[in-house]
Structures are given as structure tokens and as C-alpha cells.
Design a protein around this ligand. Sequence first.
Ligand code: FHN
Length: 482
Amino acid sequence: MEIFKFCKIKKLLGLLFLVATISCKEQPKNVQQIADEIKVDYLAESEKIFDDRMAWWRDASFGMFIHWGPYAVPAGIHNGKETDHIGEWIMNDLQIPISEYEAYAKQFNPKEFDAKKWAKIMKDAGMKYVVITSKHHDGFALWDSKISNYDIVDHSVYGKDLLKALSKACKEEGIKFGLYHSIMDWHHPMAQGKNYPNYDERDSLRINPEFPKYYENYLKAQLKELIENYDPEIIWFDGEWIPSYTHEMGLELYQYLRELKPSIIINNRVDKGRQGMQGMNSSEGKYIGDFGTPEQEILESSPDVDWESCMTMNDTWGFKINDHNWKSTKTLVHNLIDVVAKGGNYLLNVGPNANGEIPKASIERLSEIGKWIHVNGEAIYHTEKLKHHFKQGESIRYIKKKNSATIYAVSLEKPKHNLINLKYVKPIQGSKIYLLGFDEPLTYSFTEKNGLNIKIDKEVFKAVGETYAYTLKIKGEERSGF
Ligand code: FHN
């Protein structure tokens, strides 16, 4: 709420208080009681307050997504049958009755889970925040919920609070802690928890008349205990597509969570505006949510709204024993650069196994990404997209340092003939140009006709070594108009 509005309200309150005191007809409410009744309307937040709240998230650029739960126990195979879909959907796709799935949840016993180790892996990878499944569609709670016993402490043999340990370890490493929470719930009888033979009857096509009770007394109650006990910075909703969940619920839930924690950041899947896997809100209608959520894809464009591309390293979010289709580290680094050049964040997923171990192939890639970021991170964090050009050809991306004249040109391939030509940046006359990872300035020339030509001698590459992308640091301004 803008400051001048608040001052007006304060004057009004003072007047009201005066009138109430003079009349003395009834016990006057004190100013605080009146003020408490005036709620901040978070659905009409000013741009300035929104920008201040989003600032850390925009600067962070890179986070870890974690899909973890009882689905890691079957790990893609149930009664000898293997699902060809994502692992966390096994209950639905192989039509596992609730009682049988509850047995997997009971068996869930991640004895090797080490929260400190996970937080260190995130930190060394250059990830500034984490979003972990508090509850996925299967309805199982990875924390000690007082609202339900279908959780890691009361139902599983493991018996310890996973979110409590991880939120503590992340705070110690300076990693912002976020939660993925599914609105759809295949376990709760007032949501989609019916032993229907298949998903379509569960709720993808029908309205559950009891859903409002689940929404009010279960979904909101569990979110309240998550915010009060684990202090997340982000709530990442999913499963909003079900017909039982309405736009009105979305608006109300957003307001409710912001009142619980005004600084919390909430994705656009809290509401109904998302356009499928492309993840951005429809321009028709006023849908709420702080950022768009393209899934398994990177936007072609560079929109002027906040967005985050979430992606798996292989083909599944939740652990599957036989999914070895790992993306190369080069692809993952190039995805990060491409997303940041377009003004977005990259949320890269790991799917830990039932023992509580992050797959070795994920750890290897995260370590390699961390080594690249260790040299080139200044081009990733606290940056913004250029106004006109985020790329040149297919192999160059442009990124601007916030509140600075520094522009980074990142070559996704090793420049040929030790020369790189940049069209869209004009260096400040006499300024020095560097290749990150090499201390000495590079030789370059600039003309309006030919643009910026930068020479990178062989010994420079030798010093920097073979790497996933080469970042040139230029003090200058963007050239537009062509
Ligand atoms: O159904 C979920 C899926 O299991 C996974 O959580 C992804 C990643 O956010 N979201 C939904 C599919 O769009």
C-alpha cells in the first residue's frame, strides 16, 4: 500500500478515534484494533513494493528444484511394471490404490539423507535458492504436520522431519529456502483421493463438491504451518489445473499467504492464468502470481515480466532407477546463460533416491556448473537483460550488469580464428575489455561500420582452458536500431 494512502488512513483513524471518544456511546476501539481491521490489499501491491520484494530473487538467477517423496521407493517400477512417464506420477499412471501407495510411504526411510551435504552441493553449484516438494500430488507431507498423520514423522519408518533439517542447513549456507506445494491431492478424500480406477475420474474432468472444505481446512492449514514453522521465502504451487480449484480460491490464497508472510514470493500456479507448459499467464484477465513458470522449456522471447524456467537433468522430476538420459553439463550451462540473457531464472531439478542420496550423475553436473560459475558468476548474478538484443546469431548471448555500464557477451562456442565480432555493444572509448578467467585486457577495435572486433590470442585460451562458454566483459552501451 502506498505511503500517502497510509497517511490518509492514519488521519482518518485519528478522526474516527476522536469522534468515538467524544460520543462515548460505545467502548471505542483503539487505533491498533481499527488498523488491524484494515488489511493490506496484496492483490493491488505497488510496483515499488513488488520490485523491492522480488529483488533478491531476480539477482539470484539460479536455484535447485528437488522432487522427493515416497515415489522414490518404487523408483518407476510397481509390481514389475515400469512407468514410461515421470516418476512422481507413478501412483496415478500405474493406478496404484491408495492403500498400496501408503505402504511405499511407510517404507520411505532415507537413512543416507544429509541436509548439510545437500546445502553444500547447492552452494558449490552456485545455486542461491532451493524449492523442495513439501507435498506433491500424492499428498504425502515431508514435514511433521499437525494437520495430518500422512507425513514423514508419523507415517514413515524414518520418523524425522526432512524439511526442518533442510531449512536449517540451507539457512546456515545462506541458501534461500522455498517449498513446492501441490494443490491437487490424490490422497485426501475431499480432494482427489478416491480409489478411482484412473486419474480421469479422480478430478481431471470433474468437480469434487467437498473440495472447498479441503481447500479451507487442509490445504490452507498445512500451508500456514509450513510458513510458521519453516519460514520459506518462496511457495511454488502446482496442480492448479484441476476444475475444483478456482480463480477466486487463487486470489484468496495469495492474499492469505502474503498476510502470513508479506515478503513471501509466490509463483503464478497459485492462480489459473498459466498457459500450459509454456508457463506464462494469459494476458486476458487479471491473474495473480509473482513469476511465470515455463516447464522443461526456455522462452523464445525476453518478456518484461518475471519468469523462471524449471527443468530436469534427465527426463523425470522424481527418481526413476532406469532414467539415465542425462543432459550434458554443456547443455545445462548454456540453458542457464540463455535464460539469464532473457531476464529469467533457471530452476534445475534433482530427484533424490529413497535412501536420501542425490544421484551421482546430478552431483557431477552440479559440480561442473559450479566450477564454470566460479569464474563467470558475475555475468549471471545481479544482472538484467539488454533492452533490445539478448543474442547475436545462435552462439552469443548478451547480459547487462545491473546499475553498471558493464555488458557481458557470452560465447557459447570457442570463438574461431581467435577473433570475435560483436555487433550490439559499443565500448567506452579507451576502456579495457577482458575475458573472464584471464587477468590481462584484450586487444580490440571498434568502428560503427564493423562493430567491435576482439582478438583472443591462443595463450589466452590456453590460460582459460577449455570451458563451456567464454565471457567477455565490456564497459559500454548497447547498440540498437539494427
Ligand atoms: O505434475 C507436475 C509434475 O509432477 C512436476 O512437479 C512438474 C514440475 O513442476 N509440474 C507438474 C507438471 O506440469
